[in-house]
Design a protein around this ligand. Structure first.
Ligand code: SAM
Length: 244
């Protein structure tokens, strides 16, 4: 089944506009998908709506489009869910960002932990955020989301807890007593804190519990951090969001 390609545009879109794409988006449409004049392309700018468009000209480097009708299509979950992910190895972190975006998280907060194997060089943090944002954009193009999740700046555990102090917190913790069924529906935003490969240390865990986070155990096995994150997001979306 061929699907109309979806492309994120980094500037506000409007019906009647003519648009020239360059760079990766144009290369994907022109070189990989080999779109022809007249082909439909769906565009979105992150504002929550999408636009029909039609190819006016395409080369291997540039694609020109006529922007058409605006469509109100809401594919966002009713659950405001922030994934607070202990920073893990690059390929795992990338996978978590992609899959959590597909599953409809509102925001991802990378969390710097004592046991994180990956130590982010402060000078490279803006580039890392851009890298994760590009992955989230690609996941939105693929999954049909018209709103990008916020990729928030990395913070240490205490800072992250403080930054989301108004939210209801859930800590994925292999030592917790209760499972996901023990959770009550959140009144507002829900934050899901997941440890990195080596888990959270005792102080970080105690800080989360002191901040009111409910520990939740996902069965008797120790899951890899990325499995735990995606399982947690899936269960929360199924109970309080739009899965199922
Ligand atoms: N020995 C580490 C510990 O005890 O936390 C294991 C870390 S685990 C590989 C990485 C993270 O995934 C954990 O910090 C936790 O947030 C989550 N996790 C893994 N298995 C879990 C389980 N069965 N229940 C709840 N959380 C789990």
């Amino acid at each position: 089944m061929s699907r109309t390609p979806r492309v994120f545009v980094h500037a506000p879109l409007a019906n009647g506009q003519q648009l020239r794409l360059e760079g990766e988006a144009a290369a994907h449409l022109g070189r990989v998908l080999r779109v022809r004049v007249g082909a439909p392309v769906t565009l979105f700018d992150g504002s929550g709506v999408e636009f029909e468009s039609e190819v006016l000209a395409a080369t291997r480097r540039t694609v020109e489009l006529a922007v058409g009708a605006r469509r109100e299509v809401n594919r966002e979950s009713a659950l405001a869910l922030v994934l607070m992910q202990g920073i893990c190895r690059h390929e795992r972190m990338d996978w978590v960002v992609r899959k959590a975006t597909e599953l409809g998280v509102t925001a991802i907060r990378p969390v710097i932990t004592e046991r994180s194997v990956v130590k982010l060089d402060p000078g490279r943090i803006p580039a890392r955020i851009e890298h994760w944002r590009a992955i989230a954009i690609s996941a939105c193009e693929q999954s049909g989301r018209n709103v990008l999740p916020d990729i928030l700046p990395p913070l240490p555990v205490l800072g992250a807890l403080g930054a989301h102090a108004d939210a209801t917190g859930v800590l994925l913790d292999p030592e917790a007593r209760g499972g996901p069924d023990s959770l009550a529906a959140p009144a507002g935003t829900l934050c899901l804190l997941v440890g990195p490969e080596g888990g959270l240390d005792a102080q970080e865990r105690a800080a989360a519990l002191a901040a009111g986070y409910t520990g939740v155990r996902l069965g008797p096995r120790i899951l890899r951090t990325e499995t735990a994150a995606l399982t947690g997001v899936t269960l929360l979306q199924a109970r309080f969001g739009d899965l199922g």
